[in-house]
Design a protein around this ligand. Structure first.
Ligand SMILES: C[S@@+](CC[C@H](N)C(=O)[O-])C[C@H]1O[C@@H](n2cnc3c(N)ncnc32)[C@H](O)[C@@H]1O
Length: 198
């Protein structure tokens, strides 16, 4: 798996800035998860669980999936330390092969930008959702000030809507909800939340 960057940074991933940004995301996503007490949630690209471990009280179960084992080890230590009983980790990269699992909600925060083939990952996430399941994506709006050979410089709402609908999703809503200073590769940027149904 080609995510060595995250393997290397796992132990120092939870900086004050990332914790602050995760709080903004958590606050927004919690409003999307009202009435989800009986639902299973996959946090795809969970990292150290900064967001989804703050959502675990709202759902029946959380599966933190990541292609970096070291990020997951940090998450697992938090699960144990905080005595969270409904959350587990899974080491996997769905772009290389998707396990036989199903979920009612798939959540992905600041991960889509790191996956080169957007179409492929959206299709895999569609496949693991139960019927009427929900995909929630948090990511950056398209940002011309950002350039990195391995990272998408955000997404335009129209472009992403089209890709979601080609993957089979319906009821697609995308809204910008936050503007921040130096939050995307040291550039000022805005984040969107996308919600769509299988
Ligand atoms: C910027 S971090 C975001 C972590 C977390 N979602 C958050 O909001 O705090 C991106 C995470 O995505 C993971 N990742 C990148 N590509 C992935 C892939 N193809 N499959 C699974 N996880 C991936 C990385 O290992 C890393 O933990």
């Amino acid at each position: 798996m080609e995510n060595n960057v995250f393997e290397e940074m796992a132990k120092r991933y939870d900086t004050e800035e990332r914790i602050e940004l995760a709080k903004v995301i958590t606050k927004k996503v919690r409003t999307e998860l009202e009435n989800s007490k009986s639902k299973s949630l996959i946090d795809y690209g969970s990292g150290t669980g900064l967001v989804s471990l703050e959502l675990s009280d709202l759902v029946d179960s959380v599966l933190l999936v990541d292609s970096s084992m070291q990020m997951l080890e940090v998450a697992e230590a938090k699960i144990a330390r905080q005595g969270i009983t409904n959350s587990k980790i899974l080491y996997s990269d769905f772009t290389q092969g998707t396990p036989e699992i199903k979920a009612d909600i798939v959540f992905m925060s600041l991960v889509l930008l790191h996956i080169p083939d957007t179409k492929k990952i959206l299709q895999e996430l569609f496949n693991i959702l139960n019927n009427d399941g929900k995909l929630i994506i948090i990511d950056f709006d398209k940002n011309d000030k950002v350039y990195h050979p391995k990272v998408h410089n955000g997404f335009s709402h129209e472009e992403l809507k089209l890709k979601l609908s080609e993957a089979g999703f319906r009821s697609i809503e995308i809204r910008t909800f936050y503007h921040g200073n130096s939050i995307f590769m040291n550039q000022d940027a805005s984040m969107f939340i996308s919600s769509s149904i299988k």
